[in-house]
Design a binder for this molecule. Structure first.
Ligand code: ZN
Length: 477
């Protein structure tokens, strides 16, 4: 009876003032363990900036290559399905097991395929990060691996009270060649002069070639693969939903990037489960930097062909020292103003952007959210604490969503991003954070409005339950 009375009083006090949880939250603001306990249980809505392959932990990939008895090069730690013809120094995992060395090599691979034990000195952190992908690619592409990968992401999300993932799943493969290399040169010439008319005319020709060569069939095959996987694995259930983005790799030759982009848009235009398009790979790579203007024109072009397709773009994942200062002034600007991005990923160089106040206002007025990836920015860019522009985005009311980027490679999770957020930015309150969580569903690219509304109403229930439980456990607040 006493307990019931206390509960009723707590419920009333919370409903009336809503301050109990805020007070408790402020009391633990500088305690990492208490924040971790708090945010592990807090409903976190969606993770909108999530790379499928980088979100899987290295252990999963290692289990796969060991089970398949792939071979590893003892020096380079490269892994392949079988011993290369003239290769030296390769050994089967079963042999390592027989000689008692398997555990040692497993540890070495975890260090190679993630940032575990990285000492911050002997190798550039951005290289350490991005090179993991080519290492575990052999496992990621292995037969049946994708099933366990998707289930791993789902299980982790459910454990963290995450109800939705919008994962950057894959790029679309299509063997047919779109054009010979002369097209790349023509596109580069047009880019050099920032000649939009010539660029559009060239893209028109390429688009027609893609249609003539029946390349769009590759998008259809891709959609069938995703649909089969998604429903076969029963990914969606009463408490969890997953949707997919196609991505293009920005370091490829320009005509290939365009081909890949057309397929990505075509697929997102026709499959209910594929809700968006993205562009990935290191933004400071030589090709990414050289072709950035061209890529923006490509997105603009595809948007005109497929006006209903949504896209988020990695933009401004750069900082001073990484590239020339003038290169920090225009990537986010171009992504939102020229390419028409619906969301921006990272946006870490905002403070350096040309007329950044105007840009921030533009993003706020046009409801273009920023996907904030705190630990990723700290590891790859060394941008953290008050160097990070999150407070600028907040000041200008740009919608903020908190996301994980590559939790597997970074040996992190979504909960940890909220812990960093609360510890580092003391002006961001619990109700702000709750708002960010709702943003992660409001600004998701989910196509079916009913699904979106269902997740939102469940989120409300989850928050009520969470807050009630926190207050029951900490009645002094
Ligand atoms: Zn990313």
């Amino acid at each position: 009876m006493k307990k019931l009375l206390l509960f009723v009083l707590l419920a009333i006090s919370f409903t009336v003032s809503g301050q109990g949880i805020e007070k408790y939250f402020e009391s633990i603001r500088n305690n990492t363990a208490a924040l971790t306990a708090f945010f592990s249980q807090m409903p976190k809505g969606g993770d909108l900036h999530n790379h499928y392959s980088g979100s899987i932990y290295a252990e999963t990939y290692i289990n796969f290559v060991v089970q398949q008895d792939y071979v590893i090069n003892e020096n380079s730690l490269d892994v392949k399905p079988g011993i290369p013809k003239d290769g030296k120094g390769w050994v089967h995992f079963s042999k390592l097991n027989d000689s008692g060395l398997l555990a040692v090599y497993k540890q070495k691979l975890i260090q190679k395929w993630s940032v575990k034990d990285y000492n911050g000195v002997s190798y550039p952190s951005d290289k350490q990060f991005f090179e993991t992908f080519s290492g575990f690619g052999v496992a990621n592409n292995g037969p049946g691996q994708v099933d366990s990968g998707l289930m791993e992401l789902k299980r982790r999300a459910q454990n963290e009270n995450v109800s939705y993932i919008e994962t950057m799943f894959t790029t679309i493969h299509c063997d047919a060649k779109i054009a010979d290399t002369s097209f790349n040169r023509l596109l580069e010439d047009a880019q050099r002069n920032h000649d939009e008319a010539t660029t559009t005319a060239l893209l028109d020709k390429l688009y027609k070639l893609a249609q003539d060569k029946n390349m769009l069939a590759c998008a259809t095959a891709h959609n069938e693969m995703i649909t089969k996987l998604h429903y076969g694995l029963k990914i969606d259930d009463a408490s969890f939903t997953m949707r997919y983005q196609n991505y293009v790799v920005r370091v490829a030759p320009s005509a290939d990037v365009f081909k890949s982009l057309v397929l990505a848009f075509e697929s997102a235009n026709t499959c209910p489960l594929v809700v968006g398009v993205n562009i990935v790979a290191p933004e400071n790579d030589e090709v990414s930097m050289r072709d950035y203007w061209l890529h923006m024109q490509m997105f603009k072009y595809c948007h005109q062909k497929y006006p209903n397709v949504k896209y988020s773009m990695h933009a401004g994942e750069l900082t001073l020292g990484m590239v020339k200062p003038e290169e920090l002034t225009w990537h986010i600007n171009a992504a939102v103003r020229t390419a028409g991005a619906n969301r921006i990923g990272h946006g870490a160089d905002m403070a350096y952007e040309y007329k950044c106040y105007d840009l921030l206002k533009y993003m706020a007025q046009n409801n273009i959210p920023i996907e904030i990836n705190l630990y990723s920015n700290e590891f790859i860019l060394k941008v953290k604490d008050d160097q990070h522009p999150i407070t600028l985005y907040k000041e200008f009311n740009v919608p903020i969503v908190i996301s994980s980027d590559d939790a597997g490679v970074l040996r992190s999770n979504l909960t940890d991003q909220y812990v960093l957020l609360a510890k580092r930015y003391q002006n961001i309150s619990y109700s702000d954070i709750k708002h960010f969580v709702y943003n992660s569903i409001d600004y998701s690219f989910i196509k079916d409005n009913e699904v979106k509304e269902k997740i939102k109403s469940q989120l409300k229930e989850r928050f009520s339950k969470f807050e009630r439980e926190v207050m029951e456990t900490h009645p002094e607040h």
